[in-house]
Design a protein around this ligand. Structure first.
Ligand SMILES: [Zn+2]
Length: 479
């Protein structure tokens, strides 16, 4: 038996001691005597439940820091200049991979010719901030067998294929970076992630756990190409494979994204077109049936309002709720007002990324003009009774739940006025969307101690985290 006593913990308005036995909270009281316990004095710090990021691409997030950051580029020429400067240092990797460009508001076109002019024969692969688009120079296009491509700008499935190719490091090297990223996540109070990498994740995560990975709980997704394999193996959503690893959901993307202007929308984009519906209902419904019959819940990526409506229609047609598998819609970035109550009616959770509202506010004002109050409508979803889950979609936004919660609570960043503040939520609501447990006797001791008041919205974005426990085991401590 391992026993820990956390003393002087501020839980809500109470100052209490928390007794943790074998990873489970066994006592909460003003003063607990536990002579055999290891005592950790929290000195009045606030304690909240351990945090989850419900949507990440963890390998890509782990790689992100090692790549050229293009998030500051305000034009294609500006991005090319950053590439030129990086190559001029003489030690750029082959290929040079850049991340985070957002071309939605650029006045000039990203083209292979523009890159070629600064790169010569050095292969360069640039990934957009929303990951739905890649921009390659001629040398990189040749490497990936796309030498004939006219512009070098590839979208959706073509982009995902290239991303997977450049992310395919030696496993040992990737696992080392993943371990580092997991420790950084724990230092922000994270105890669990939903990993939605597109590759077959079961073996990858088993390998990592076998090698000692123990900083986070991990629930992994299964994509279409691996659905049959998952079913053959008898994997079922929620099934624990060991203490940390759990089977997640069948993830399927039915449309694109806002920045890439491939989100499938009711209204046309200003340049024309309603976006891309990459999986129509006649394909989606049988796939959801197949997954549901096997006990695998579905997570449907839908960003445009028409895509969200079609995803809800598919859940209704399959009757996932009757099967005890509600399902999720990932992103739900633009939602029809009439669809808001359907989330609760169908038992479908809205898995949203509030920080995207901060990243995308200008591009949304241009491409979804007049519809801003329906963009990441967390307030409206909660008011309509929906279950709302928060995530970052890292590397699209940082894997930091405090950043996510701050965006939801303030709808503001960078000193700018709040964007559609009618959609703000309270800090308690934000915390509930970021945690899977509560601080109560009998619950797992997934806990975070922080140095500022978590109910103060202005403190959230840079919240100082003092310690994190996963099932009573410290995964981070600055105490
Ligand atoms: Zn994602």
């Amino acid at each position: 038996m391992t026993e820990t006593l956390l003393t002087s913990a501020r839980v809500g308005d109470r100052l209490v001691d928390l007794r943790v036995v074998d990873g489970v909270i066994r006592g909460i009281a003003a003063s607990i005597a536990a002579p055999d316990a290891q005592v950790i004095d929290l000195d009045g710090r606030w304690v909240v439940p351990g945090l989850w990021d419900e949507h990440v691409h963890f390998g890509q997030w782990a790689l992100y820091a090692s790549r050229l950051d293009l998030s500051g580029a305000t034009s294609a020429a500006g991005a090319a200049a950053l590439v030129r400067a990086r190559l001029a240092r003489g030690d750029a990797p082959h290929p040079l991979v850049g991340v985070g460009f957002r071309d939605g508001l650029w006045a000039d076109e990203p083209t292979r010719q523009l890159l070629d002019a600064v790169t010569g024969a050095h292969p360069v692969v640039l990934l957009s901030g929303d990951l739905h688009c890649v921009w390659l120079n001629s040398a990189a296009l040749e490497m990936h067998g796309r030498g004939e491509h006219p512009t070098g700008l590839l979208r959706e499935d073509d982009a995902f294929a290239i991303e997977q190719a450049v992310d395919a490091l030696e496993p040992a090297e990737l696992d080392r970076l993943v371990g580092d990223a997991a420790r950084v996540a724990a230092s922000r109070g994270v105890v669990g992630i939903v990993d939605l990498e597109m590759t077959w994740a079961l073996d990858t995560w088993r390998r990592r756990v076998a090698a000692g990975f123990d900083a986070l709980r991990v629930e992994f997704g299964v994509y279409r190409g691996n659905l049959d394999r998952a079913i053959e193996l008898g994997l079922r959503t929620g099934e624990p494979l060991d203490a940390l690893l759990t089977v997640g959901r069948f993830k399927i993307l039915i449309d694109g994204s806002l920045n890439t202007r491939t989100a499938y929308c009711d209204d046309a984009f200003p340049g024309g077109g309603h976006g891309m519906l990459v999986v129509p209902p006649e394909e989606l419904v049988p796939l959801l049936h197949q997954a549901t019959d096997a006990g695998i819940e579905a997570s449907v990526h839908a960003i445009g309002d028409h895509a969200v409506a079609l995803a809800l229609d598919a859940f209704a047609a399959v009757g996932t709720a009757r099967a005890g598998l509600g399902g999720r819609i990932e992103h739900a970035q633009l939602v029809r007002t009439a669809d808001l109550p359907r989330f609760a009616e169908l038992g479908v959770a809205a898995s949203v990324q509030p920080e995207h509202a901060m990243d995308d506010r200008d591009v949304a004002d241009r491409y979804w003009a007049g519809r801003g109050s329906r963009v990441i409508p967390v307030r409206s979803l909660l008011d309509a009774g929906a279950r709302v889950l928060f995530g970052s979609d890292a590397p699209v936004a940082p894997l930091d739940p405090w950043v996510t919660m701050a965006a939801a609570v303030t709808r503001a960043r960078d000193g700018r006025a709040p964007w559609h503040p009618e959609q703000t939520v309270t800090p308690d609501e934000a915390l509930a969307a970021s945690a899977r447990t509560s601080i109560a006797v009998g619950r797992p001791a997934d806990l975070v101690a922080v140095d500022a008041d978590p109910r103060d919205g202005s403190a959230l974005r840079t919240m100082p985290v003092a310690a994190t426990w996963l099932a009573g085991r410290p995964t981070f401590s600055a105490l």
